[in-house]
Design a binder for this molecule. Structure first.
Ligand code: PMP
Length: 327
């Protein structure tokens, strides 16, 4: 199925509907096709041990959706409308939620400029939709470290750009970098900052953490050029609650490489909704390659991963009330 809600200036959001998933008619002059005013979110619905269905922190996705909307000069959507739309699609598509406790129903809320208009100004009409698709476990056959390519040709976002917004244009601009990573035999691209080309920003679709030899976690700060990941925020809050030091500060590629050689940087991992947490194994760049430890998953990474996945799946205490039960 799909959920649709329309918007027009002066009228606000109107006509919420749940209907059979079908193509959406679009005029060739629909503003989004020319000026790319489009934003989206991604989250999962999954089965709890008691047979119920839950989502993880959908209110955080709603808040980020509205930050993206603000950056792209789009109208904000009430948090209740966002969360309610997810409830609707989960209820009607419940039979698509995998029974496998690691599987899920991926939810994709998005909105775009539907006004028929050629000209560079914010549109006055928008369409919000939710579609859903079942997904299996991200790792079948055990967690496997990712290899990453440090792009020297491309950056993801410059100061004042759209890096902190989840807009389609960011991903379009990243496709060449992702292709470059694949040519170097890597799973994902890692971007350096656009100004000094020195500091780590994030991966194509995940945030980055280093684990230091004293157990401290270090992650790049939210300065507007990276996506404020909900998994990133959850990792920080859980680590701090467990008494671990977390530093949000710039990490240079040099610090990472030298630290990997000296043992100061013990582990590295990436995090995002799809994989939750994945170890980073090999880091390749034009300046040479290096490997984290023996290239296998680190103990701290795996214990943080287990802690977070167990909370999400209802197998461990949920200290922050993050698990949002739907059914
Ligand atoms: N950075 C980028 C560029 C992403 O696309 C994602 C995935 N949404 C993330 C980070 C991780 O965000 P989250 O933990 O909210 O999935």
């Amino acid at each position: 199925h799909m959920v649709t809600v329309r918007y027009a200036d002066g009228k606000g959001w109107y006509e919420p509907r749940v209907e059979a998933r079908a193509p959406i008619p679009m005029d060739p002059a629909s503003a989004v096709l020319h000026y790319a005013q489009e934003i989206f979110e991604g989250l999962k619905a999954y089965t709890l041990p008691d047979g119920g269905v839950a989502m993880f922190r959908p209110d955080a996705n709603a808040a980020r959706f509205n930050l993206s909307a603000q950056r792209m000069a789009m109208p904000s959507l009430p948090v209740e409308t966002f969360v309610q739309s997810l409830h609707e699609i989960i209820k009607i598509d419940r039979s698509w939620i995998p029974e496998d406790p690691e599987g899920s129903l991926y939810l994709r809320p998005f909105a775009y400029a539907s006004e028929v208009f050629l000209g560079v100004r914010p549109a006055t009409e928008y369409l919000y939709l939710v579609i859903a698709s079942p997904v299996g476990p991200y790792f079948s056959g055990g967690v496997k470290p990712v290899s990453i390519w440090v792009s020297s040709d491309f950056t993801r976002a410059a100061p004042g750009g759209t890096g902190a917004a989840k807009c389609g244009g960011n991903y379009a601009a990243g496709l060449s970098a992702q292709a470059e990573a694949a040519e170097h035999g890597c799973d994902q691209v890692v971007y350096l900052d656009a100004v000094q080309r020195k500091y780590i920003d994030e991966l194509g679709g995940m945030n980055v953490f280093l684990v230091l030899d004293d157990g401290t976690l270090v992650t790049p700060p939210l300065t507007g050029t990276i996506l404020p990941g909900i998994t990133r925020d959850s990792v920080i809050k859980l680590a701090q609650r467990a008494g671990r030091t977390v530093e949000e500060r710039p990490i240079s590629l040099e610090e990472w490489r030298d630290g990997a050689a000296s043992g100061r940087v013990r582990e590295a991992f990436a995090c995002g909704t799809a994989a939750v947490i994945t170890p980073i194994g090999v880091i390749k760049s034009e300046a040479g390659d290096f490997t984290m430890g023996d290239g296998g998953p680190g103990d701290t990474t795996m214990s943080i991963r287990k802690n977070l996945v167990d909370i999400q799946r209802g197998r461990a205490e949920d200290p922050f009330g993050w698990v949002h039960r739907v059914l």
